[in-house]
Design a protein around this ligand. Sequence first.
Ligand SMILES: NC(=O)c1ccc[n+]([C@@H]2O[C@H](COP(=O)([O-])OP(=O)(O)OC[C@H]3O[C@@H](n4cnc5c(N)ncnc54)[C@H](O)[C@@H]3O)[C@@H](O)[C@H]2O)c1
Ligand SMILES: [Zn+2]
Length: 344
Amino acid sequence: MAVFVLDGQDGRRSRIEVARGLEGELESRVADYRDSGLFLLHDPELAALAGRLADRLRPRAVLAATGAESAKNLREVERLAGQLLAAGADRQALLLVLGGGALLDLGSFLAGTYFRGIACALLPTTLLAMVDAAVGGKSAVDLGPTKNVLGLFRQPDLVLADSDWLATLSDHHIRQGLAELIKMAAILDEEVFHHLEGVIDDLRGRDPDALEAAVVTGVRLKVEVVRDDEREAGRRIMLNYGHSLGHALETVSNYRVPHGDAVAIGMIGELEMVGLECARIEALLASAGLPIAVPAALRHHGRLWKAMTHDKKTRAGEVRVAVPERIGQGVIRVLRATDLERLR
Ligand SMILES: NC(=O)c1ccc[n+]([C@@H]2O[C@H](COP(=O)([O-])OP(=O)(O)OC[C@H]3O[C@@H](n4cnc5c(N)ncnc54)[C@H](O)[C@@H]3O)[C@@H](O)[C@H]2O)c1
Ligand SMILES: [Zn+2]
């Protein structure tokens, strides 16, 4: 069990709790909001879990929205806001959002804009959502094919992660979360990286204690970075390791390469592009079942570079990336188009 507190620049305070079996404690965690009205938004894929939570928490209304990326849009925000209004949700309401990162992004955007912002509790159910999407106060919806165009920086009031919820998650989605966890360890913390090397098989085998410990560690690393730099002016760029090339691979493949796979390939590719290498990172990603090489079909340097320079974190003709010079030691380097030729 671990508790973290994160203060946003806007004065909003987030309380983040991680524990196996936290589900049994949820009533006490939302007790302060009971009189103002609880509203539960969930992914229909998680109907059984949502049903258990609804029995415990007795929300005024239960809303459903698919946890797919395709539902992260303004039409869904409008539909759900209409349901909240019809159910009598006022400015004092608490919206609980149960799902993966896509639904949390949608739900926290809804909570942040409904009557200019109501209280919000995030209940992440994927490994990626627990260690990444639920922590840090970023929310967004997509605009057509372009991801995360409309969004907010706004800390949720509560983040409650029960690592036992990961029991039903697919192997594929466990791997996607491991990619972000390995990324954070590789660029931020050698000790954590070393620990992951020892437990990677337990994590893939979903050992409940190993998963709980990994979520606690992932949340701690992300909280530490966000505490220093909530608005991405400085240190938060470290979390972008693997993502410049990774996003380009997602774009050029038309999102056929899943995000975690793209980040894993991006982590190794960005090291190669700046002339560094790291056998331990390659080995750990491979042990996690993640890919490490750019697929032959995506080796279009022109298209990859175009996608990399269209990323919002770029300046003309060059791309700034954060890469680990050594494990746990992030540095900023500048990439140019010709660096793509160094990809192995
Ligand atoms: N706000 C942020 O800071 C931030 C950070 C990283 C990612 N994100 C966003 O997160 C999204 C990706 O999140 P994700 O990786 O969690 O994927 P996801 O939200 O797409 O969920 C993956 C799938 O898993 C299913 N699922 C969720 N929990 C489950 C469980 N416990 N058991 C079985 N199935 C379950 C969902 O129905 C969905 O089909 C993207 O939209 C990305 O933009 C946001
Ligand atoms: Zn990512």
